[in-house]
Design a protein around this ligand. Sequence first.
Ligand SMILES: [Fe+2]
Ligand SMILES: [Fe+2]
Length: 238
Amino acid sequence: MSDVHIDGGERNAARTRQVVDYLAALPGQIDAVVISGDLTQIGRPVDYAALREILAPLEVPVLCCPGNHDERGAFRAGMLGLEEGSGPVNQAHEVAGASILLCDSLIPGSDAGRLGPETLSWLDSALTRSDGPAFVVLHHPPVAVGIPELDAIRLQDADDLAAVLARHPRVAGVLCGHVHAAVATTFAGVPVRVAPGVKSTTTLPWEHTGDPTNLDLPVGLAFHHHENDVLTTHFRSL
Ligand SMILES: [Fe+2]
Ligand SMILES: [Fe+2]
């Protein structure tokens, strides 16, 4: 799931709860929940605390990366229980035989994304540390998706990410958010999946005149299934 934008209001919290309740009530097992950034609207500690409470019913690991609307220090403290700090928040997790590598693409004060040398070299070494499939999670998609408003604020150093991915064929997918739309594409020969936005849906240029943000479409999520070296994604609207 992605872009829950918790803001102190009831609406976004209710939509997030809708996804969490759905996942928590599944009769079968999933391995983990990934939230690909924009956890809050403006990065307040109180909003991370509220989100933690909303996510509490989930009994699987919940892995989060920050987005442009997040604040690193508050994210680090509120979601990871770590001391506040200003550097990028990168995390490696092993789940069900796969590596989930969550990269921090936020640029303080900007809506665009950038991984930067520190995070790229962290990713490069994290990818050499084990084998098996790896999923790279970052908020900002590294490719244009055909929505001008979002393409203008996508990942800036995508070429550098492509160079890292080229060295590691074990990367099975790149999982993003930021677009607020369910999107499937490819980047550097790797499948890219953008999870739908919990808060809203960004419509396509030929679907609107004016503001592309649609608040009325249903809340959604993506299920990722990896088998025989193939990533298959099922998108679900609730
Ligand atoms: Fe967002
Ligand atoms: Fe975003």
